[in-house]
Ligand binder design. Structure first.
Ligand SMILES: Nc1ncnc2c1ncn2[C@@H]1O[C@H](COP(=O)(O)OP(=O)(O)O)[C@@H](O)[C@H]1O
Ligand SMILES: [Mg+2]
Length: 252
């Protein structure tokens, strides 16, 4: 029996039993509403999803010549649990707002981006992403507002809008932003991995949290609908939108 009861910074993963337990705990946290509705028993569907996430780790181990004890818990984001395995990162979270975005040079290129889910009384499952590790920015000391704006503007220039603008959602590349390996799995990517040009180089800033990226512009509802629980990014995106319009007008 694994003794792991929580996924916190001090979690130590030694073997397959520990990792299985960690993924079970994440599954329960992320799907607590669904589990409340349909009972706690780990159904075959749930077991199957946990098994698939374990096999993603297996593939990363194979590629990195790594094993369970190489797994480091990097922390939590708004909705995900993030682990590093040597030079790779495995992110496990809940379903995304913008799942099928167009590939573009300004996001950290994903190796895998996939929802494993099923329709119980409500939709449940896990969302998994595998990427290269980058030097993550933590606070506003690690990245200036101007740099965030430059990155925001790059998305607008190719007719996308990135709205979850936050120092914790960006990082500096440790190598060029290209996928140089594939997971040899049967998993199909949810992601439309079109070719990209304008390859960002080691040291450049990219978006590592690839949720909330919209074709064209983000819908107005996002800015109007949630007045009592406003998204943190709204004030900064309002400012960036105005600045972008101003700079575009000046260039004309
Ligand atoms: N590829 C990566 N390399 C290094 N750290 C990462 C990477 N991806 C995520 N992180 C770290 O994990 C945190 C949470 O990831 P994020 O993608 O923002 O999750 P969420 O969608 O839950 O907000 C980030 O703020 C960052 O510190
Ligand atoms: Mg985030």
């Amino acid at each position: 029996m694994s003794r792991i009861v929580d996924v916190s910074n001090s979690v130590v993963i030694n073997d397959a039993i520990d990792l299985n337990r960690v993924i079970e705990i994440i599954y329960e946290r992320i799907n607590s509403r669904a589990i409340q509705k349909s009972g706690e028993a780990l159904s075959d569907n749930r077991k199957d999803i946990i098994y698939k996430v374990l096999s993603v780790f297996d593939q990363v181990f194979l590629h990195e010549g790594a094993s369970y004890s190489d797994i480091e818990f990097l922390g939590r984001g708004a909705t995900s649990y993030v682990f590093a395995v040597k030079s790779k990162v495995v992110k496990i979270g809940s379903s995304r707002y913008t799942k099928n975005i167009r590939n573009n040079p300004y996001i950290l290129q994903p190796v895998l981006r996939k929802s494993f889910d099923f329709e119980g009384p409500i939709l449940e499952g896990l969302y998994v992403e595998v990427t290269d590790r980058v030097k993550a920015c933590k606070t506003s000391k690690d990245v200036s507002d101007d740099e965030l704006y430059e990155l925001y503007a790059k998305f607008r220039d190719i007719d996308l809008e990135w709205v979850d603008v936050d120092s914790r959602n960006v990082g500096r590349l440790l190598q060029d932003n290209i996928i140089n390996w594939k997971l040899p799995t049967v998993f199909e990517n949810d992601f439309s991995s079109g070719e990209i040009s304008d390859i960002q180089k080691a040291g450049d800033l990219v978006v590592l949290d690839t949720d909330f990226i919209y074709e064209g512009k983000a819908p107005d509802e996002l800015f109007n609908m949630y007045e009592d629980e406003e998204w943190d990014f709204i004030p900064i995106v309002r400012k960036f939108r105005e600045r972008y319009e101003r700079e575009k007008a000046r260039k004309k």
